[in-house]
Design a binder for this molecule. Structure first.
Ligand code: P1T
Length: 380
């Protein structure tokens, strides 16, 4: 099945009794049993499984080419579930630019429980090789990164992790499986903030893990069931509905993203545009190799280098809504240093390049002429 068919049909079937094309929202916490331990159907209690969630999890596994999909109450809940696989003394190597909430979880929750994190520039994979020792248990990639659009060569990192028997996890939120398939490139598990492109309509907070093997899927399923951050039936329905148009939306996000990049790149007030589709982007060659398009996320900074210019721009945009989050049909604009990445200490932010004049755009699927006009006016 091709990807554009999988988004609609992957893992899905009509309801055998009613013929309903979409699964019902099984808004129930529990399921009747005929005798103790003998449920009527396959379900017992909605934390362990719920039919609407089963439908979404099958769709997730299908679009990411994995053996098992799991749906969580947020992206961070999904990451948290994966991290529970590790114990004090274990070491994890991650990229040096990550979503602020992921960085906060690594450094303020799990570091205190004895797990050691290394944050490295993955442009040079010797940075990864030189850190590996017998305690190294996972490499965590976010590619492209939020907000600097850095990339890691997934296949090259996978060679290293496989040779050393280390798990490779990829946060595929920005690219989505429409543009990039980490499990096909050698990753073991994919994570999503399904709040973003997968659901696509800014109406739900959700997360996902997709395991390459059934064995890893079972381990994560146990962790999910035992800790309980599962996604509710209505939210599962919304994500499932969103996935059905993922390919169409992503196509337009990419088209609009490229046009916004072209406009910004030629604007006298704009210094650098961060977008993997730009030939000048330091990771462009990797992007061409592992992504089938460049997406709708664009960051840029100002020639003046002034925070006031970025704030002034963000106060002036009208069609772009100033808000956290990304990946919805509507265009959003964000100030990473003051908003989504404020939890990263200032010196660390500056070190990686999240400057006070950096703006991040999530380019939506509106008419591109209206979007450009909005940006033009806000940059006046
Ligand atoms: O917000 P939540 O669904 O828990 O997902 C966390 C998360 C994980 N990974 C990436 C790459 C993300 O961008 C996010 C959430 N990001 C935002 C809310 C934001 O505006 O950047």
């Amino acid at each position: 099945m091709k990807f554009n068919t999988k988004t609609i049909h992957g893992g899905q079937h009509h309801d055998p009794t009613t013929g309903a094309v979409m699964p019902a929202v099984f808004q129930t916490s529990t399921f009747a049993q005929t005798s103790p331990g003998k449920p009527i159907g396959d379900y017992v209690y909605s934390r362990s499984a719920n039919p609407t969630r089963t439908a979404l999890e099958a769709a997730l596994a299908s679009i990411e080419n994995g053996a098992k999909g799991l749906a969580f109450s947020s992206g961070l809940a999904a990451t948290d579930c994966l991290l529970r696989s590790f114990k004090a003394g274990d070491e994890i190597i991650a990229m040096d630019d990550l979503y602020g909430g992921t960085y906060r979880m690594f450094t303020r929750i799990y570091k205190d429980s004895g797990i050691k994190f290394h944050f490295v520039d993955m442009n040079n994979l010797d940075n990864v090789r030189s850190l590996i020792n017998e305690n190294t248990k996972m490499v965590w990639l976010e590619t492209p990164t939020n907000p600097l659009m850095k990339l890691a060569d997934i296949a090259a990192v996978a060679k290293i992790t496989k040779a050393n028997n280390i798990l490779l996890a990829v946060d595929n939120t920005f690219a989505t499986p429409y543009l990039q398939n980490p499990l096909d490139l050698g990753a073991d598990v994919v994570m999503h903030s399904a709040t973003k492109y997968l659901s696509g309509h800014s109406d739900v907070v959700a997360g996902a893990l997709i395991a390459k093997t059934a064995e890893l899927g079972e381990q994560l399923l146990f962790q999910q069931f035992a800790t309980g951050a599962t996604l509710g039936p209505m939210d599962c329905f919304l994500v499932l509905r969103g996935i059905k148009t993922l390919h169409l939306r992503m196509q337009r996000h990419c088209e609009n993203g490229e046009k916004v990049v072209e406009f910004l790149s030629n604007h006298p007030k704009v210094k650098t545009v961060f977008y993997p589709g730009l030939v000048s982007h330091p990771f462009h060659e990797i992007a061409k190799k592992q992504m089938s398009g460049f997406g709708g996320m664009v960051s840029f900074n100002f020639v003046s280098g002034k925070k006031e210019d970025s704030v002034d721009f963000l106060e002036k945009v009208r069609l772009f809504t100033l808000a956290e989050s990304l990946g919805g049909v509507e265009s959003l604009a964000n100030h990473p240093a003051l908003m989504t990445h404020a939890s990263i200490p200032e010196d660390k932010r500056k070190e990686v390049g999240i400057t006070d004049d950096l703006v991040r755009l999530s380019v939506g699927i509106e008419d591109i002429e209206d979007l450009i006009e909005d940006l033009r006016k806000a940059l006046e």
